[in-house]
Design a protein around this ligand. Sequence first.
Ligand SMILES: NC(=O)c1ccc[n+]([C@@H]2O[C@H](COP(=O)([O-])OP(=O)(O)OC[C@H]3O[C@@H](n4cnc5c(N)ncnc54)[C@H](O)[C@@H]3O)[C@@H](O)[C@H]2O)c1
Length: 386
Amino acid sequence: MNQALSTAAPADLTRRPLLSTTLHMEPGDAQAWVVVDRMVDGLAMGGTRMTATVTERELAHLARAMTHKLALVGLPIGGAKAGIAPAPGAPVQRREMMRSFGRAAAPLLHGGVYLGCDQGTTYADRQVAFEAAGYDVAHRTGATRLTVGWDELWTHMADVTGFGVAVAVLGALHAAGTRTPQRIAIQGFGTVGRAVARHLADHGHRVVAVADVQGTIEDQNGLPVAALTAITSSDGAIDRTGLPATARVHTSGKAWLHVDADVLVLAASAAAVGEDAVPEVRAGTVVEGGNMSCTEPARRLLRESGHTVLPDVVVNVGGAAATGCVLAGLAPSDLPMPRLSAWLREWISARITRNCELVQELHTSGSADPIAQLLTAKGAHQDPVA
Ligand SMILES: NC(=O)c1ccc[n+]([C@@H]2O[C@H](COP(=O)([O-])OP(=O)(O)OC[C@H]3O[C@@H](n4cnc5c(N)ncnc54)[C@H](O)[C@@H]3O)[C@@H](O)[C@H]2O)c1
């Protein structure tokens, strides 16, 4: 094992975000915040989340997780996160809300804090905010000069987070010496879940269950991923009227935990697997495709009971890493599509695969917290907000 890793001390647990600010929104009935966990080389990045329940504290955790993700892949960029909480009961004037957010966040955007999309915001929302801020990411100093627009880049890269999660699964199976098709269960059939399903099915694995917010759909002979995708809305709701006749539909809360599967990919909300659920997990490998999909105690218990856990900060970095490579100017300037997409995927794939190997090595050598050790070794002394 790498000597630096074997001797690294646990990371500091007390550091606060660099900046946490409340934005003045017009009309003033919505709340909005930007949290910058850390600036590196004058740059930080993260998404803008719009939910009814988002809080500044939640953003601080997510900004810290971004710092961790970016440090783990070796990008010289700090983590940030923004949040908008529309007023309860008031009609959401979406365009006006994003304009207001853009105007208020303008000094941060121009000061090196890139705020992209996240849960509840779309690429179009991001554009409205950027226009209101007079900010054009394509002209950011130091960024890769793309031969295509950002919208075309993202048309090619929309699946990249799920791609990275699938790369992590394939690497873990390979490292474990598994050479036969595996049964895959996926909780969440949104942007991430659908892409994981497609990439793993393309590699010969059998997707035996997928779940959306309404329940779980199972077929131990394998679900037809492309056909299921075709009857799924952009927000990940699967139309039950179009299911294949062989599919079994479970409506009970967490049926995806109990289906027979070798790999369980969690690609929905946070804390999907808590301590109580650990004894119910059947799959040998649990993958955090979503952010904080397992609670910290659940993650530890899963490992102690012999499961392989692929943690969020290592596996779901694809989208952030692709953006980060362009923002930091690491991606080559002269590549047309689809070669730029291939370059980014290669870059992301190599780092996710290596980090999964390191986590597994540290775990096998008895480390209680492989991620903290890896972060310390990479010089990123951050941990959850105290
Ligand atoms: N999209 C990205 O690039 C990206 C990047 C990093 C992390 N993430 C994280 O990954 C997770 C999934 O993101 P997404 O973009 O695919 O979201 P999405 O909104 O596109 O899809 C979410 C899916 O989860 C399902 N779902 C919600 N609650 C559920 C429940 N209780 N049980 C079963 N299914 C449930 C929804 O029906 C939907 O199918 C989120 O935690 C997100 O923050 C996403």
